[in-house]
Every structure is written in C-alpha cells, then in structure tokens.
Design a protein around this ligand. Structure first.
Ligand code: HT7
Ligand code: ZN
Length: 883
C-alpha cells in the first residue's frame, strides 16, 4: 500500500449530495442498491470518477439510468465516460457480512448485523467517495427477516416501516444532516431498548435509547444515566444542544475499538455499555461515563463539524478527548476528585503517549503521512491532541475557550475543516490572549513530534527578596531537524520550607495576592524574576500538568518532601511522591543503591496513608509505585527483569513496613451500604483493595494464612465486582496458594458473563510473573474453551494483557515471549488486521532493551516482517519498528 501524504491533499473532483441506500440483508450475501446524486466540483479539473471499493461484487452501474462502461483498479471502480454536468449514479453490489472477520464495513456478530465505517469501512459496503470531505444526505431502507432481525436501525429519523412478503420486513430511515460516509451506520438484530424521553433547556423533546441483547437490559441504567448527563452537560457548558429527535446507542460484542459516534446511532463495544455492581468495577463505571460522553460530544465536534482529511483526525479526537475529560471532571463535586481524574489522565498519557512519541511510531498530532490510517488512531492524536486543546484553554481561560468554541461553530457548522481552522477560531475569539499573541508558534504542537524537555533552575537572592527562575526547552529527539520552540504554558507556585504558599508576583507587575500563576515559555530560554519573596522557595512547576512535557527541575528529596506534604496543587503533590519513589527505583535498578527503602520515604508514605485530610482515592494514587513501563521509559537500556525485581522488592518492603497502617486502612475504610459508583466510595474501595494486596504480599512472605484467607472469602462473597476483583488480584499478586481455587470460583460464578470472563483472562495474564508460571498459564489459556482470537475483547484480555501489561512475563531471557507474540500477531493478521497491527505495537520500544532481550526481539520482529501475506497495517508497524 502506498504512503499517503498530507501535502498531497486535493479536493475531490465530484461531490455526492444525496445517497439512497437499500439493503437486502443476508449474512452470506447482502445486496446493496446505492443511488447517488453526483455533482461535478467545478473548482478542480475534470477527470474520471474514481470510487473506492473493497471486497465487493459489482452487479450493475447506471448513470442517469443508462449503463456506463467502467473499469477496476486496485481499490477503485473507475468510470471514465459520464454525462456532462450533474447526474445520478446507481450502483448495485453484494458483500458477505458473515465472512467479514475484519469487523470493518458490514459484519455479523451474535446473530445480528452491525457496521463500522470509520475510517475507511464504507467502501467495504458499497462503492463511494469514501473520504470525510464528501458529505451527503442519506436515506436508508433496510430489508431483512422479521423473525431473526426484528430491529432495523440506521441514522436519523424512522420515516416508514412495514412488512414484506416471505417473513421479511423493512424500515426506512432519513438523516437530515449531511455527513461523511464514515458516520453511516446500520444495525439489524434481535435487541431490546432502555428508553428515556428528555426535554432539553431549550424545550425540545428527544427520545434516548440504549439497545442491547435481551438478557442485558438490566445492565443499561448507568449508560443511560451517562447519556442524559452528557446531553445536559454539553448544553450547559458549551451551549451545544442535541440536534436529533432520536439518539441511539447500540451495544455489540465484537468491536475493534471502544465505540463509534455514527450520527444518531452510536455503536458501542459492550464493555462501554453494560454494567451492574456485580459485573463491573468502578473503573468500568467511570469508563462507561467517559466513553458515552465522548461519543455523544462527537455529535458536534466531529459530526456537525468534521475533518477535511484524515490527517486532521485530532481536530475531532483531541478536542473530543478534552471535552470528555472536562465532562468527567465536572461530574464530580470535590476539587480533590477532579485532581484524581487529572492524575489518572496524565498517568495514562505518560505511560502510553510519551513512549509512542519517543519511539518508531512517533508522529505529530497532525501526522504528515501514513500507510494505513487505522494505525493513526493513536495516543498522540487522541491524548496529546487533548492536551493541545487543554493548553489552548489554559492560554485563553475557561470563558475565552467557550467563546472560541462558539465562534468555531458559527464559522464551520456543516463543514469539513482543519486543525488550523480550529486554532484560528479559538485565537480570533480571544484577540488579547497569549494564544493570539503566540499562535504561529503554538501551532507547532500540531506539526512537531516528540515530547519537549523543560529544564528549570531557580536562584534566590535574599538581599533583594527575589527569586529568578530560568526555563529552557529542548525538543524531544523525534521532533526532527530544525525543530523550533514550542509555546509552553507553565503554571507555577512558590512554597516556603514550612509549607506556606508565597506570592508569585513578577517584577514590574501590579502587586497581587495570587499564589499560583501562568508563565508562557515561547522561546528556547527565558528568565522570570519573582519579587517580594520572603524566603528561599521550593518551586512548584507545571501545576496540574499544564503542558505535555518532561520537566527537570533539579529538586532534591527535601524539596520534594515539602511539595508532597504541602503543595496546594494536588497534582504536584502526587508527582512529588512519585518522583521520590522513582528516584529510589532507578538508583536500585542502576545498582547505585541497594533496593532497601529508607525510612524518610517510608515515613512519608505512612503520613500520606494516615493523613486525616487527604481523600482515599488520592492516597491510593500516591501509594502506588510508578509502573514498570513508566520506569523503563526513564532508561536508555532496559532490563525488564531487573525493573520488575526492584519494584516487587520495594512493594514488599512498603507492605511490611506499613503493615499496621494497611490493616488500619483495611479495617476503617470499608464501604457499607448500596453500591454507588461515585468518587468517594470508589476511592475508598481502591485504597482498601491496595491495602488488601499489600497485606497479602506481606502475609505470604511471612507464611501467614490469615490475609489470603480473608481475600479468598471476599472473592466468594463480595457484594460488588470492584471488591471481588480486588481480592482476586490480591491473591494473584501475592502468589498465594488460594489464587487457584479463587480463580475457579470466580469463573464458575460468571461463566455466562463474557465481560467478566474477559477480566478472568486478563487478571491471569497480567499477574506478576514468577518462574514462568504466568507465561505457562497464558499458553494453556489459549486452549481454554472460552478463548477465541476472533473476538477482540477476548484477544485483548489474554494476549494484549500479557504482552502489553506484563513486562516481566513477556520479556523472557529465552525469547519465548517474543516468539509467542509473533505467532499470535501472524494468526490475528489473517483474521483482523486492525487488531493485529495494534498488538504488533507491543514491540515499539524493542531498541531500548538490553541484551539478550534486544536481539531476540529483533528476530521475532523480522520473522513477522518476512511473512509473505502480511497486511499493510501490520507491515507498517513492524516496518517502522525495524526501520
Ligand atoms: N471515532 C471512533 C474511532 C473508531 C475506529 C477507528 C478505526 C477502526 C475502528 C474504530 N471504531 C471506532 C471512536 C472515537 O474516537 O470516538
Ligand atoms: Zn473519538
């Protein structure tokens, strides 16, 4: 497959204004009639009409009702001789949904029909200009067996339905909003819906539906509540109303990603819809809220205003990630719970996006080229893109940002536009802002890859009571030659040694009592002088993680302890604790220090755990050591086994040294009463689960059976999945003998709950490795009757969880983990190339590995690359990795 370049973008030579689709649905052979009204785009030179098409059987082509000649080119149907002017085009073709294992286009799942068209799936349904800048009005008629597929859904409004001969029925849908083909959807299945009518602020009435399989209706309450909350929030925060009479969510068990924002007919992975306290954890509940929000928010950011081309993907994805993060934060009451959400988001960014931005898949938020666009649904486009939007909000303020959004929709509603258009609208609505002042430089965040490094050095001058902060930036190594400075918003505070917040007034400014402020670093280097500083301060920089950079501020243990104990910014408080832990892990990994923890660190952790002021959720975040993946990212040469050994040893020490404190936490923080997925209860459950796993680790080390016994009991009779999974995790994490019967019990309890069985697989695959036991179990589980590579959730739960979530199990000195990976990627590639390419990303950072891992990893990569029928998706990933 050829490389597609951003600079080659050209508008299409034709527009498709309306589409009438008729489907005769049959799993083996679905017939599609596609009637389009086509207009010539007179702004570009005339040429043939080249329609995308993939794995289709063409039966007829008529232009203005007459047959026309056509020819096939790889991936295209080409029509050279078309009527002058505008014309209608009718195409008939068939496709085979039951053989569609790629889950892109029209496919079957659980006895129903579903579609997934983003990014380029529509061309697997019918021939079309399958590109996001071609927007059409769709009318869709579905015909199918009434008994097998009683529910027939498509985008927009239901205009007609009825019975047909031979036990078939039909439904006709019309979507009044012009949309790109990637937002088309249909569903035909035996489903039931939870329904809710809502009246919005502006007084309009709407029907909300969540469609699921019959037995799952009792698991839809949280998804519906999340949808209602999303509708209310978007109207309140951004004045963006629901624009459809009916808004539907449909859950499907086979899905390549989390969910899809098809206009009015969102299709969701069951994982992000179905939840009861018995089957879903707090994390699942929060995940559902955020994904339901995300897809709903796309209705404006993505659907009403869409992307001109796929290089602009972050226009909708980065912005919508930002919006779903803000939504989740606004859903919680306390500042502390907001901070917990921010910490979790940043932890995810640093664990996934930072490595991506430093490795072979590094690309700008707005990529310059790709082979397969599906490979660019990345953490950079999504999460870093979200950070770019967040920085804009920081630079123009929350109200200014809302004004910018209003201007963006005034200018671009109904259009397919670019990231530049978005940034321009936000800046134009805030002409006096730092964003407007720095816009050309700011836009480098879209254009340059790599995580910038910021170095900070401060000097206090007692006689003048001034503190001068020098800030210097350097682009990340993947930014490419000639990279220019980024515009970096840095929120700062100054703290006295006793914990007092000091003023943050710059020289020549009017005095203010503020203790936090924004600095903008828009050059390679700059100095900022703070005045009226009474004592040598500890700087608290990059508060709230105000920019996606790596900060090096040279602070030592004493200063970090000041921040951990006193910073009014909870993010930096957490960060200080993580840095104290990280420094110890890195020193031990390097062999510069023993892996015994010092009492200063242990005491600091005890103070946090026992603090009467801090919330449980925050404590759990501070007391969790940095992950093995995050530790690896700090190193030039990585020995995964050494990192694992050091981290496990430090965890065991924290378990033992704080035993009485963990017992206290376990005993005092249990949540009683009905399950509620709110941040306070969830925080307590998280800390109790951490306490239980620490207590089990310590007990097993001492040969004490009591805590594993309690954990086992909890697996048997916990009243919710968070506690049950936590207890099972505690047994697995401590290598307790009771882990085995607990796993059996867990499976027996949930044998008919696919999403829980996914957890059962992934918990085993990600349990801490010891003597190859986990690897052995993973290989056996491949043959378990419940395992299937064809179901993406199941494949991710075993193979993804092991290869991506268990570095010590995966990176074996005999290379068997890499051979296992290569075999699975090749098997998957023949079935589902998007999924295979995602699994292939596991090896992105192989060049960092120490020997013998590095050589063995390379051999496995080369074996995959040499496979003769490898898909272009997986080839792009392994090619870049080896490149
Ligand atoms: N916009 C959606 C992306 C998506 C997707 C992309 C490629 C292949 C399959 C897919 N399923 C969903 C999801 C979102 O960001 O909201
Ligand atoms: Zn999205």
């Amino acid at each position: 497959a050829p490389l597609v370049r951003r600079e080659d973008y050209a508008p299409p030579p034709f527009w498709i204004r309306t589409v009438e689709l008729t489907f005769d649905l049959d799993p083996a052979k679905t017939m599609v009639i596609n009637r389009m009204t086509v207009e010539r785009n007179r702004a570009v030179p005339a040429g043939p009409l080249r329609l995308h098409g993939e794995e289709l059987n063409l039966t007829r082509v008529l232009a203005d009702g007459q047959s026309v000649s056509f020819r096939h080119e790889p991936g295209f149907l080409v029509i050279d001789n078309l009527p002058e002017g505008d014309f209608t085009l009718e195409i008939r073709n068939t496709c085979c949904p039951e053989k569609n294992t790629q889950l892109s286009g029209l496919y079957t799942s659980g006895g129903g029909f579903f579609t997934q068209c983003e990014a380029e799936g529509f061309r697997r349904i019918t021939y079309f200009l399958d590109r996001p800048d071609v927007m059409a009005v769709y009318t869709v008629t579905l015909r199918a067996s009434q008994a097998q597929y009683p529910v027939l859904l498509s985008n927009g409004n239901l205009v007609e339905q009825g019975e047909l001969e031979g036990g078939r029925h039909f439904a006709k849908w019309h979507d009044p909003f012009p949309k790109p083909s990637y937002l088309f959807a249909l569903v035909a299945a035996d489903l039931v819906a939870r329904e809710q009518h809502i009246r919005t602020r502006s007084g309009s009435e709407h029907l909300l539906q969540v469609w699921v399989r019959r037995g799952d209706l009792d698991k839809t309450e949280h998804a519906m509540n999340s949808l209602v909350a999303s509708v209310v929030w978007d109207e309140a925060r951004f004045k963006l109303p629901l624009d459809l009479e009916r808004f539907m969510i449909v859950a499907v068990g086979d899905f390549n990603m989390g969910a899809m924002e098809n206009k009015g007919l969102n299709i969701f992975n069951t994982k992000y819809v179905l939840a009861t306290p018995a089957t879903a954890t707090d994390t699942d509940y929060f995940g559902i809220e955020s994904v339901v929000g995300h897809e709903y928010f796309h209705n404006w950011t993505g659907n009403r205003v869409t992307c001109r081309d796929w290089f602009q993907l972050s226009l909708k994805e980065g912005l919508t990630v930002f919006r779903d993060q803000e939504f989740s934060m606004d859903m919680v009451e306390s500042a502390s719970a907001r901070a917990v959400k921010r910490i979790e988001d940043v932890r995810g960014l640093r664990q996934v996006q930072f490595p991506e931005d430093a490795g072979p898949m590094a690309h700008p938020v707005r990529p310059d080229s790709y082979v397969e666009i599906n490979n660019f649904y990345t953490a950079t486009v999504y999460e870093k893109g979200g950070e770019v939007v967040r920085m804009m909000q920081t630079l123009v303020g929350r109200d200014g940002f809302a004004r910018g959004m209003t201007l963006y929709f005034e200018r671009h509603d109904g259009q397919a536009v670019t990231c530049d258009d978005f940034a321009q609208a936000i800046a134009d609505a805030n002409a006096e802002s730092e964003l407007a002042r720095t816009l050309p430089g700011f836009k480098r965040w879209y254009a340059q890859a790599g995580t910038p490094r910021v170095t900070a050095r401060g000097r206090y001058d007692a006689p003048t009571r001034t503190y001068t902060l020098g800030l210097e930036q350097a682009p990340g190594p993947t930014a490419g030659p000639g990279a220019e400075p980024f515009v970096i918003p840095i929120t700062v505070g100054l703290i006295g040694r006793s914990g007092r917040a000091l003023p943050v007034e710059l020289e020549d400014e009017t005095p203010s009592s503020a203790t936090s402020r924004l600095l903008v670093l828009d050059e390679a280097k700059a100095f900022f002088t703070f005045v009226n500083v009474d004592e040598p301060p500890v700087p608290s920089l990059l508060r709230g993680f105000s920019a996606p950079v790596v900060l090096s501020d040279g602070l030592g243990d004493d200063e970090l302890l000041v921040l951990l104990n006193h910073d009014s910014d909870p993010f930096n408080r957490w960060e200080a604790g993580q840095r104290l832990a990280l420094a110890r892990i890195l020193a031990a990994v390097a062999g510069d220090a023993p892996d015994t923890l010092d009492s200063a660190f242990v005491d600091a952790m005890r103070r946090v755990l026992r603090s009467p002021e801090l919330d449980a959720a925050f404590k759990e975040l501070v007391l969790t050591l940095p992950s093995e993946i995050y530790v690896a990212e700090q190193l030039e040469r990585v020995d995964p086994q050494r990192i694992h050994a050091v981290r496990e040893s430090m965890k065991a020490q924290l378990a033992g040294a704080l035993r009485a404190d963990w017992e206290w936490a376990y005993d005092t923080l249990q949540v009683t009463g009905a399950y509620r997925p709110d941040p306070v209860d969830a925080g307590r459950r998280a800390l109790v689960n951490l306490a239980l796993s620490m207590l089990c680790i310590d007990a097993v080390a001492r040969g004490d059976e009591a805590w594993p016994g309690r954990a086992y009991q909890r697996v048997k009779d916990a009243s919710n999945m968070t506690d049950r999974q936590g207890a099972l995790g505690a047994l697995l994490g401590s290598h307790a003998a009771l882990a085995k019967p607990a796993l059996e019990r867990f499976h027996a309890l949930f044998a008919n709950e696919p999403l829980v069985i996914d957890k059962w697989f992934s918990m085993q695959a990600s349990a801490p490795e010891r003597d190859g036991e986990v690897f052995g179990a993973v290989k056996r589980l491949l043959h378990h009757p419940d395992f299937s590579l064809a179901n993406p959730n199941r494949a991710r739960s075993l193979i993804g969880a092991f290869c991506m979530g268990n570095p010590a199990g995966f990176h074996r000195a005999d290379g068997a983990g890499y051979a296992f990976w290569a075999d699975r990627v090749l098997e998957l590639d023949a079935m589902n190339r998007q999924l295979a390419a995602r699994m292939a990303r596991v090896m992105d950072r192989w060049k960092q590995l120490a020997e013998p891992y590095r050589g063995l990893a390379e051999a496995a990569l080369r074996r995959v690359a040499a496979h003769p029928t490898l898909s272009s998706d997986t080839r792009e990933i392994v090619g870049r990795a080896l490149g």
